[in-house]
Each structure stands twice: as structure tokens, then as C-alpha cells.
Ligand binder design. Structure first.
Ligand code: HEC
Ligand code: HEC
Ligand code: HEC
Ligand code: HEC
Length: 111
């Protein structure tokens, strides 16, 4: 493939992914009711910055209050204010990143 047709294929792939019918993409949990544009603008089909999550979920402190019963609290640790999508996936399976190094018994919903 020469460079020009490579670029065209890339542009076409981008256009196609943007044109994907919403029904072809599964959105997990309560976010299923949200329009795609809540988290994706233009042709940007990747994880939004955590500020987007804060718009509805408040701050890391507020989220940590909701999981205060978990030991350790996944939202308050030496990892600081990690990107939400390090653990929570909006479309695929979530994964508990802490267990890359630890062996805590905590599991993500749907893991
Ligand atoms: C609540 C926020 C949110 C909503 C709403 C959302 N997405 Fe996503 N999207 C993400 C995140 C975060 C990722 C990064 C991968 C992941 O978390 O699964 C992503 C990734 C993607 C990707 C890249 C492929 C992939 O799975 O990594 C596509 C395509 C996509 N979203 C399409 C959509 C469509 C179509 C909708 C509406 C039906 C939608 N998204 C709604 C947050 C969202
Ligand atoms: C437009 C508002 C909105 C945005 C933006 C949003 N959420 Fe949510 N989210 C909700 C609502 C509403 C619920 C259901 C009520 C609740 O648990 O707070 C929810 C629930 C959740 C839950 C609990 C899921 C469950 O199955 O109980 C997680 C985890 C979550 N959101 C993570 C995220 C992450 C990560 C992002 C950023 C990628 C994000 N949210 C962006 C509105 C939003
Ligand atoms: C290190 C992994 C990790 C990171 C990073 C993380 N979370 Fe969580 N989150 C969890 C775990 C574990 C739970 C509890 C199990 C579950 O609900 O899947 C949880 C639960 C939640 C819940 C549901 C709380 C409830 O009431 O049950 C919300 C909302 C949430 N997270 C939002 C966020 C947002 C927003 C961010 C980013 C600001 C974030 N999380 C970052 C691991 C993480
Ligand atoms: C890159 C590897 C790595 C990741 C990822 C990681 N940790 Fe750690 N953690 C360590 C190391 C190294 C120590 C210090 C040595 C020890 O005490 O185990 C530590 C210590 C701890 C401790 C105190 C000691 C203990 O085991 O009770 C807690 C609690 C903890 N981490 C929680 C978390 C949580 C929660 C997450 C996810 C948000 C996380 N860690 C992610 C490497 C990691």
C-alpha cells in the first residue's frame, strides 16, 4: 500500500467508525441511556478525560465516600487520582488495576 492509499484507508476507517450505528456499540450499566456525545465529541472515539466523569460524579473524594466500605478503598490510595478508565470500562469488561501488583479480593462489577 502506498502512503496516499494508506492515508485514505485511515480516513475511511475513521469515517466508518464514526458512522457506526449506536446499536452496534454496547454501553455498560447506567450509562447506556446517555447519548454517545456525552463522552465522545467529533471523531474522538476514545476514553474521555476524567474531568468528564467528574461532571456527574463530583470529585475523587465524593467517589471515595461511596466505596468507603471496601478495603482498601479503590478511590483513595497511593495511586492518587488515576484515570477512571484504568479500571472502569464503558464498553468492555472492567479490570481492577490494583491487582496488577496486589492480590486484593475486590472485584469490579461484571469482572
Ligand atoms: C459514559 C461515557 C461514554 C459513553 C456514554 C459512550 N462511551 Fe464510548 N468510550 C468511552 C470510554 C471510556 C472508552 C474507552 C474504552 C472503554 O472504556 O471501554 C470508549 C471507547 C469507545 C470506542 C472505541 C472502541 C473501544 O471500545 O475502545 C468507540 C467506537 C465508542 N466508544 C463508541 C461509542 C458509542 C457509539 C456510544 C453511544 C452508543 C458511546 N461510545 C458512548 C466512554 C463512553
Ligand atoms: C452525564 C452524566 C454521567 C457521566 C458524564 C458519567 N456518568 Fe457514571 N453514572 C451516571 C449515573 C446517572 C449513574 C447511576 C447513578 C450512580 O451510580 O451515580 C452512573 C454510574 C456509574 C458507575 C456505577 C456503575 C454501576 O453499574 O452501578 C460507575 C462505575 C461510573 N458511573 C463511572 C463513570 C466513569 C468512569 C465516567 C467517565 C468515563 C462516567 N461515569 C461518566 C452518570 C454519568
Ligand atoms: C483502581 C481502580 C479504580 C479506579 C481508578 C476508579 N475506580 Fe471506581 N470503582 C472501583 C471499584 C473496585 C469499585 C467497586 C466495584 C464496582 O462497582 O465495580 C468502584 C465503584 C465505583 C462507583 C460505584 C460506587 C457505588 O456506589 O457502588 C462509581 C460511581 C465509580 N467507581 C466511579 C469512578 C470514577 C468516576 C472514577 C474516576 C474519577 C473511578 N471510579 C476510578 C475501582 C476504581
Ligand atoms: C505498580 C504496582 C502497584 C499498583 C498498580 C498498586 N500498588 Fe499498592 N503498593 C505497591 C507497592 C510496591 C507497595 C509497598 C509495598 C507493600 O507494602 O506491599 C504498595 C502498598 C499498598 C498498600 C499498603 C500495604 C498493603 O498491601 O496493605 C495498600 C493498601 C495499597 N498498596 C493499595 C493499592 C490500591 C488500592 C491500588 C489501586 C488503586 C494499588 N495499591 C495499586 C504497588 C502497587
Amino acid at each position: 500500500m502506498n502512503m496516499k492509499s494508506g492515508l485514505m484507508a485511515a480516513a475511511l476507517a475513521a469515517a466508518l467508525s464514526f458512522a457506526l450505528p449506536a446499536s452496534a456499540v454496547t454501553v455498560n450499566g447506567p450509562h447506556a441511556a446517555l447519548p454517545c456525545t456525552t463522552c465522545h465529541t467529533g471523531t474522538q472515539m476514545k476514553a474521555p478525560a476524567k474531568d468528564k466523569c467528574f461532571e456527574c460524579h463530583g470529585s475523587y473524594e465524593q467517589i471515595a465516600e461511596r466505596t468507603a466500605k471496601l478495603t482498601p478503598n479503590p478511590h483513595s490510595s497511593h495511586r492518587g487520582e488515576a484515570n477512571c478508565t484504568a479500571c472502569h470500562s464503558m464498553h468492555a469488561k472492567s479490570r481492577f488495576e490494583c491487582n496488577d501488583c496486589h492480590n486484593f479480593s475486590i472485584k469490579m462489577k461484571g469482572e
